[in-house]
Design a protein around this ligand. Structure first.
Ligand SMILES: [Zn+2]
Length: 61
């Protein structure tokens, strides 16, 4: 088991639903992920600080 955080509960900027987002432990930076509820594209920004992970979701253009 890794100590790194991998799951984050994020709120979709389109449908406002809370969705559990899995982020691969090696992933950092910006990625595009579709909402599991409404399927619209998110721009996901992943920041890491040690084992802590911060995720920001906005609408992908
Ligand atoms: Zn959505």
């Amino acid at each position: 088991m890794s100590d790194f955080e991998a799951m984050k509960r994020v709120r979709c900027p389109y449908c406002r639903e809370w969705v559990d987002l899995y982020v691969d432990p090696d992933t950092v930076g910006t990625l595009v992920e579709d909402c599991a509820v409404c399927c619209r594209p998110w721009a996901v920004v992943v920041e890491r600080e040690g084992a802590k992970m911060r995720v920001h979701v906005s609408r992908a253009q």
